[in-house]
Design a protein around this ligand. Structure first.
Ligand code: SAH
Length: 361
């Protein structure tokens, strides 16, 4: 009989544990209501909210201005699914790559990129990616799930801490250029940005945040309608449908015409310049015809082109174009009044550069 009761008790506890909810899915108002309905003061909700976001508490025990009883009550009802930086690798150029373990043991990666004056965090928005860009290592991992807002937020906090520790300054910029397609996890990315920019979170300026997309027209329009204040970057790589579809097959569905119209709409609404990320590959998009198509594509809205160095991911189907081809891009774009920069990759020796994030280590 005793054994029977033990078992019932155990099963009951397992059930309760399963029912514990992720506390960071709750708004401040909901936390206030929780305390009120549990016979406590609503302002406890504010205190807990501050611990969760501004102070980034990992456990309820960290919340030292709450009584033991309150902390126990939180413990009985909720969990904090904080990320863990499992492994940190440092590149010879100062770049740091974090392998981040999520509460369900899945792993994503984020990167700290230092320059003389800035520290940029490159964060992931999904575990794996559902897109199929032929040149990107992440596309080889199938999409497992979207990241929650708190999991995106935690990556930023981890990099901010590392920046303070190793570079003696706070994080200055964030780019959503890690694993995944941010616009396919739109709601959670926007909620994370809300927390990052809120004075109740990290209080960062949205102007220091860039969301990079392969180009999902419907979501670009939605962002424009919501008049978001962060910057937009588009991974273009070709302004000719046939070529773009051959290297980014989803372009067959989200065609360049749809993308261009959505970007035009974005610019009308936000007046915010669009950045294009563009890799020039040997024999793929390195002819004058390719450059001319890009110039045409950039005409309808103020644009900037970042020519990114290619980071080889495997057997050589793709090769970086010659310097001559890149110079031709630069000269033609400049002649047409389009800002262009040539970006060298960072963190290549630890597989932390663009397109190399694939949970290899
Ligand atoms: N899915 C989003 C966010 C990922 S950003 C997007 O596509 O924008 C990652 C950036 O690195 C993109 O601009 C992508 O096109 C680029 N990239 C992917 N693989 C690369 C590689 N092997 N070398 C250089 N850049 C790469």
């Amino acid at each position: 009989m005793t054994g029977f009761f033990y078992r019932i008790n155990y099963l009951y506890k397992v059930e309760i544990a399963k029912k514990k909810r992720d506390i960071r899915a709750f708004t401040k108002e909901q936390l206030r209501t929780f305390f009120e309905t549990n016979g406590d003061q609503p302002f406890r909700g504010n205190q807990v909210y501050e611990w969760l976001w501004q102070k980034s508490a990992h456990t309820f025990e960290d919340m030292t201005n709450l009584s033991k009883k309150t902390r126990e009550m939180l413990h009985d009802n909720f969990v904090i699914n904080h990320i863990k930086v499992d492994q940190m690798q440092r590149s010879s150029d100062g770049t740091i790559k974090n392998a981040v373990r999520l509460h369900d043991d899945l792993i994503v990666e984020s990167v700290l990129i230092p320059t003389k004056t800035r520290t940029t965090a490159c964060v992931s928005s999904q575990v794996g990616c559902s897109l199929d860009c032929k040149f990107c290592a992440t596309s080889r991992l199938k999409r497992m799930r979207n990241l929650n807002p708190d999991e995106i937020y935690d990556q930023v906090v981890a990099i901010d801490n590392e920046s303070r520790l190793y570079f003696d300054r706070p994080l200055s910029n964030i780019v959503f250029m890690g694993m995944g397609e941010p616009l396919m996890n739109y709601n959670n990315v926007l909620k994370a940005i809300d927390k990052i920019t809120s004075p109740e979170g990290l209080g960062m300026s949205p102007k220091r945040i860039t969301v990079s997309t392969s180009g999902v027209p419907k979501m670009i329009r939605k962002m424009a309608d919501e008049e978001v204040k962060f910057k937009l970057a588009v991974s273009l790589h070709s302004a000719i449908d046939e070529i773009r579809t051959s290297i980014m097959p989803f372009n067959a569905t989200f065609t360049l015409k749809d993308l261009r119209e959505a970007l035009e709409y974005w610019y009308q609404k936000t007046k915010s310049r669009i950045t294009y990320e563009y890799v020039v590959w040997d024999g793929i998009n390195d002819s004058q015809k390719d450059v001319d198509a890009l110039v045409q594509f950039c005409r309808f809205a103020p644009s900037k082109v970042n020519l990114i160095e290619y980071n080889p991911i495997d057997d050589g189907e793709f090769q970086q174009a010659s310097n001559k081809a890149i110079e031709r891009y630069v000269a033609t774009l400049e002649r047409n009044g389009i800002t262009v920069t040539v970006r060298r990759s960072r963190g290549k020796d630890i597989d932390a550069a663009c397109g190399q994030l694939a949970n290899k280590s």
